[in-house]
Design a protein around this ligand. Structure first.
Ligand code: URA
Length: 246
């Protein structure tokens, strides 16, 4: 059996403050593990042991957390970049390990979900979820009505014809595109296929999630109702059992 995690880390993850303040709780004798007062340095298996603070069960087992990030230009969507570039994880302060749901190109901006909920991540990114992703797209030139129609109906890419999309022209060279697929560099390739290179791409919606007040580079936890709506959108309703305590 692996040696487990440090008790103060498990408590910090459960929302009892910083690791240092959790160490104080332990030093004050307020924490028990399987009925015995814990000593500092103790390692635990939160899913198999009963951990209490002040006699109350502590929610130390793995809880799911959900963040929404407004990814700025130039940040890589990965959990580790061997080249040492700035990654989306640098922009999310989470007490537990999270990973990005799907990916935005390094030069794409906008909304990205990060979570430790593998099931939700799988469903959101799975092609069958058909979840809507909305982009504001700046292109070179000004697409003609014919080009817009082709984008709407489906364009031939090297990995097949794209599914119907909602496409509207906001102003000269500025489009709003909603797609339900998630192929690699899809919006850039669709626009290039109709003769208009993308010069700026911003994701403004993922299914029910939107937040025009979230500034580039900032992130926040999703509210309970946002998590619920997201789960409903991917057919996971009624599965919300635990969330991060605030
Ligand atoms: N489409 C793209 O071309 N790039 C992204 O990052 C997202 C959608």
């Amino acid at each position: 059996m692996p040696e487990g995690e440090r008790l103060q880390k498990a408590l910090a993850r459960a929302g009892y403050g910083s690791r240092r303040s959790c160490e104080s709780l332990i030093l004050e004798g307020r924490v028990t593990v399987d009925g015995e007062v814990a000593l500092i340095g103790k390692r635990v298996h939160p899913d198999d042991q009963v951990i209490c603070v002040d006699g109350k069960l502590a929610p130390t087992s793995q809880v799911n957390v959900y963040y929404l990030l407004n990814k700025p230009d130039g940040v890589v969507t990965t959990v580790f970049d061997p080249q040492g570039r700035s990654t989306v994880l640098d922009l999310v302060e989470s007490p537990v390990r999270v990973f990005p749901v799907g990916r935005l190109d390094m030069n794409t901006e906008g909304l990205l979900i990060l979570t430790n909920d593998g099931r939700l991540a799988h469903l959101v990114t799975h092609p069958s979820s058909g979840i809507a992703k909305e982009y504001v797209v700046r292109v070179e030139g000004d697409p003609s009505p014919g080009a817009l129609r082709r984008l709407r109906d489906g364009v031939e890419l090297d990995d097949g014809v794209t599914a119907p999309a909602q496409v509207s022209r906001v102003s000269e060279g500025l489009l709003r595109i909603v797609i339900h697929e998630g192929r690699n560099r899809q919006v850039r390739r669709m626009c290039a296929a109709v003769g208009h290179e993308v010069t700026r791409l911003v994701r403004t919606r993922i299914g029910p999630l939107q937040d025009p007040t979230l500034t580039p580079g900032s992130s926040r936890q999703l509210s309970l109702s946002e998590v619920r709506r997201l789960m409903q959108a991917v057919g996971m309703s009624d599965e919300l059992t635990s969330t991060m305590p605030s």
